[in-house]
Design a protein around this ligand. Structure first.
Ligand code: AMP
Length: 172
């Protein structure tokens, strides 16, 4: 089943810049069977985990996060790029290959002790997930797991966000 999902992901060489092999999940999402299978397989992993809220990371993480939240019957929270969230926010800045970036979360998005699942399409170096972990920790959420459709093993994102646990459907 996972092999079919792997086939549904499109490789785009040299995007967004030379040397990067972009794992494009839009082809998986636009195929109804693959999309449903992805959501079913990921949500199955959390059926007995009592998740209160899923944090989706802009933008492809919103798709994964919202679908999982619906399946698990829990809430969904948005982590967005700067200036997009209308209410008071906390910010976390993290380093990219060149320069830095910032992510924001609403200050009242998570209540202390809530069981949180972080969701995105892909784990690469783990810098993005690490910033989101900081935001959730600032709100005293209890991070149960970090969940991704795709994990790029060589970039060691899993090590970077340890001791937080990682689940991914497809590894390269
Ligand atoms: P990182 O912070 O290095 O773990 O990068 C993860 C974020 O960048 C995710 O939101 C991904 O959507 C995106 N990303 C990084 N590398 C790739 C890649 N090779 N293919 C697709 N998306 C990527």
């Amino acid at each position: 089943m996972v092999d079919k999902l792997r086939e549904a992901i499109r490789d785009v060489p040299d995007f967004p810049k030379e040397g990067i092999l972009f794992k494009d999940i839009t082809t998986l999402c636009q195929d109804p069977v693959s999309f449903q299978r992805m959501v079913d397989l990921m949500s199955h992993h959390y059926l007995d985990k009592d998740i209160d809220v899923i944090v989706g990371i802009e933008a492809r993480g919103f798709i994964v996060g919202a679908a999982l939240a619906y399946k698990l019957g829990c809430g969904v929270v948005l982590v967005r790029k700067p200036g997009k969230l209308p209410y008071k926010t906390h910010k976390a800045t993290y380093t990219l290959e060149y320069g830095e970036d910032t992510l924001e979360i609403h200050q009242d998005a998570i209540k202390k002790g809530q069981r949180v699942l972080i969701a995105d399409d892909l784990l690469a170096t783990g810098g993005t997930a690490e910033a989101v972990i900081k935001l959730v920790e600032k709100l005293e959420g209890n991070i149960v797991d970090c969940s991704f459709i795709v994990e790029l093993n060589d970039l060691k994102g899993r090590e970077r966000i340890a001791p937080h646990s990682v689940f991914s459907l497809i590894k390269y």
